[in-house]
Ligand binder design. Structure first.
Ligand code: MN
Length: 449
């Protein structure tokens, strides 16, 4: 299963806009991508100075991302849970499409985008980085932003998570860390790479499970790492354990500039790609970024809250909360204390979460008006508010302490208190007759014409 097969599917559904005008990789493509958030996928066919096409906004809507996995919004968390609990190693192939061209690295030949006004430069933002521990026992797959430094070097942002741990292990041995960077992959691979299974579980196994066993990998030519066999493009390189550079600034998921940090250099050694490869762009802070990062965290919150309350209906890491910092969780509660336990579990399930609202299952978590309605009529600040001062949060939040990452968390129990009778604490309904329904449908049709 490849990006290409998914794009063919989207073409049939008329969800791809072809841009034929010549556009620049500097700001032009990103500004067009930015204008069509939550819109169709965009295929830029005429990129200034390049013969390569660029595709963007592939997973720009939640519906499209779920379509890629072949699941409904109700099924996604169970599917995710199954894949996390029983990952399945992908098959390894020798011959594959990404090996059509193998050549020395020349990053200036690849249409890497410069996205925002004050970004430090061109950044690869959809690179799936895979690496193994020095003893070969553990593989990790994750997405990292990669700043182009010159034709054969990148700077990599290593958040202290699993790849950072592998890099630390390599550093202790005094060896650089071999990595494969797969670009242009099926959405399931991007989603799996954004998950956090325990250290030791390869996200490739999670992706393969999400794809029903249809992911294949290929061993790299010049480094000891596995890449996605049906990727459009693979960069082979080594994360240096001695060389660091100033990385950033770059806009991240919040849509604000992240600070500059000293980060390791990746020395590229080889590139392989399909003859007519398509470069996959991903706009930082765009809807696609929020969906790909947010969906696996929603699943983690769903899982954590399911352990403490009888039933979780839905979880939404809201778009305005950057798909990362704000959650709305709907539950069916049995006692008044359930919602507070749900809040505590949600903060544990997604440690970057800052503000959370728990609502009853009659509230649509994707509808901000309904959520605010629940806060207006079902919430009393003196008893339904939870404040946790100075917990670990996200340094992407500029109001959090940038050194320590400490941030205060706030939870709102907006579920109907059980002392309030159901008919007093719920929206009243107007019964519809067959006639009224027919008239409503007719007017809706007229309005949409
Ligand atoms: Mn991992």
């Amino acid at each position: 299963m490849s990006l290409r097969s998914f794009l063919e599917f989207l073409e049939k559904k008329k969800q791809v806009i072809h841009v034929k005008e010549e556009v620049s990789t500097k700001h032009e493509i990103s500004s067009i991508m930015g204008a069509f958030q939550n819109g169709p996928a965009l295929l830029f066919e005429n990129v200034e100075g390049h013969s390569t096409k660029v595709v963007g906004n592939v997973c720009g809507t939640r519906e499209r991302t779920l379509q890629a996995l072949g699941v409904s919004v109700e099924e996604i968390y169970a599917k995710h849970r199954e894949a996390m609990l029983s990952p399945e190693a992908p098959k390894v192939v020798d011959d594959c499409s990404v090996k059509e061209v193998v050549e020395p690295p020349r990053l200036s030949k690849i249409p890497v985008l410069t996205h925002f006004e004050k970004d430090a430069g061109a950044y690869i933002t959809s690179g799936v980085v895979s690496a193994k521990s020095p003893d070969g026992e553990v593989e990790n797959v994750s997405i990292h932003r990669l700043q182009v430094l010159n034709d054969r070097q990148l700077a990599i942002r290593l958040v202290p998570r699993h790849l950072y741990r592998l890099w630390t292990m390599a550093k202790e041995k005094g060896e650089d860390l071999d990595v494969a960077i797969s670009i242009g992959v099926h959405p399931a691979v991007l989603l799996a790479a954004a998950c956090s299974p325990p250290f030791g579980v390869s996200e490739f196994g999670v992706a393969n499970r999400l794809l029903g066993g249809r992911l294949s990998l290929v061993k790299c030519e010049k480094v000891d790492a596995y890449a996605v066999a049906e990727a459009e493009l693979v960069l082979e390189g080594k994360i240096s354990v001695t060389k660091e550079v100033v990385e950033g600034p770059l806009v991240d998921i919040t849509g604000t500039y992240d600070v500059q940090r000293s980060q390791p250099v990746v020395d590229l050694v080889s590139v392989m790609h399909r003859k007519d490869y398509v470069y996959q762009a991903l706009l930082p802070g765009g809807s696609e970024h929020r969906i790909l990062m947010g969906l696996p965290r929603e699943a983690a919150i769903y899982e954590a809250v399911s352990n403490v309350v009888p039933k979780v209906k839905a979880v939404n890491l809201t778009s305005s909360g950057c798909g990362w910092l704000h959650a709305v969780i709907s539950i069916e509660k049995q006692t008044d204390g359930d919602a507070k336990n749900a809040l505590l579990a949600a903060f544990a399930g997604h440690p970057s979460l800052k503000h959370a609202v728990v609502v009853d299952s009659d509230i649509d978590v994707y509808n901000p008006e309904q959520v605010e309605w629940a806060i207006a009529l079902r919430f009393q600040a003196d008893e339904d508010l939870v404040v946790i001062p100075k917990a670990r949060g996200s340094t992407l939040d500029p109001s959090a302490d940038q050194e320590s990452g400490l941030t205060s968390k706030l939870g709102i129990d907006a579920t109907r208190p059980l002392r309030v009778p159901k008919d007093k604490g719920s929206k009243a309904k107007i019964p519809k007759t067959g006639t009224s329904q027919k008239i409503i449908t007719k007017i809706c049709r007229e309005l949409s014409e």
